[in-house]
Design a protein. Structure first.
Length: 327
């Protein structure tokens, strides 16, 4: 059996350096990481995770709870986190809570003691529950601010305000917002920003599930209202709206404008008529892992301030149709 000492001799470093490289690669130089990785691969060395956990008190696992793996929004967030975690020698354990707070609480209870940290996206748990969890294990939330709990957020307000301004400048007199799932923390802020940019009240449809099929169904409700533009919670809803309106004889974008709250399904590339809000979701996933790694790094200086990072979304207007008469 190939041992850690064998890898150390081939790499020309100490056994302690090999151990540190395998358990905390961010703590060693890139050249050392490459030398150890190359030596381990040549020798076929398999690091024993159980032995490492006993020796270091670390499982090298990070839990990641999301409300839906079927949503197009969360896979890029998970991918960003996974890439950063793997680069640091960690693996992700992903749990789908199905937007059920009781299911989420049960999953997190099972994860505690099995993972070194927890990432939470779209959590439905109450603030006291999250604070209690953060006292027991490093926690980072996404798009949710809780006192004394680190977080990463994407600020979509400027992008939605810009959508509202552009629709007003394009001559639209009545605009709709098609909301997302019930309980979505993002809906209120998006609607408020869109309304501020548009300069007057926006008609609201929803909450609805953020799916293509739901968008098709909402098209039935939009068609007779007289609105000439709609901003959808996400890309899937927007594509459903476009399809549903098209089957009812509404030309997109000639006599109806559709914008999407994200572009995580490549909808803007597929359809030149769709305005979108571009959100740096994958970057947010990387930032979440960076924060927990800093918490797990016992050599990092402690800070009195709770780590919070905010990224900014932007509106992609490159597909904004020129319209002389939106009526």
């Amino acid at each position: 059996m190939v041992t850690l000492d064998d890898v150390a001799r081939l790499a020309g470093v100490s056994s302690a350096t090999v151990s540190r490289t395998l358990s905390r690669p961010q703590m060693v130089a890139a050249s050392t990481r490459e030398a150890v990785r190359s030596a381990a691969e040549r020798l076929g060395y398999q690091h024993n995770a159980s032995a490492r956990a006993l020796a270091t008190g670390r499982t090298m696992l990070i839990g990641f709870s999301v409300p839906s793996l079927a949503s197009s929004y969360f896979p890029p967030l998970i991918a960003g986190a996974q890439n950063r975690a793997e680069a640091a020698g960690y693996d992700l354990v992903v749990a789908d809570s199905r937007s059920d707070p009781q299911r989420e609480a049960s999953q997190l209870a099972r994860l505690r003691g099995r993972v070194d940290a927890v990432l939470l996206a779209g959590t439905r748990l109450a603030d006291p529950h999250l604070a209690e969890l953060a006292d027991a294990i490093p926690v980072v939330t996404f798009n949710r601010v809780v006192p004394d709990v680190p977080s990463v957020a994407i600020d979509t307000a400027p992008a939605f305000a810009e959508l509202g301004r552009r629709l007003r400048e394009g001559g639209h007199l009545r605009v709709a917002y098609v909301g997302g799932p019930a309980g979505s923390a993002a809906d209120g802020a998006r609607l408020s920003s869109l309304t501020a940019g548009f300069g007057q009240a926006v008609e609201v449809f929803g909450p609805v599930e953020p799916t293509f099929g739901a968008g098709v169904e909402v098209a039935d409700l939009l068609a007779p209202t007289g609105v000439t533009a709609a901003v959808a919670y996400n890309g899937l809803l927007a594509l459903g709206l476009m399809h549903g309106l098209g089957t009812r004889g509404r030309r997109i974008p000639e006599d109806f404008t559709v914008a999407a709250g994200d572009d995580l399904i490549g909808s803007a590339q597929a359809l030149n008529s769709l305005m979108t809000v571009l959100q740096p979701v994958e970057e947010a996933g990387r930032d979440m892992v960076d924060i927990v790694l800093a918490q797990l790094d016992s050599t990092a200086p402690e800070s009195a301030a709770t780590p919070r990072r905010t990224l900014t979304a932007r509106a992609d207007m490159s597909r904004d149709p020129e319209r002389e008469d939106p009526s």
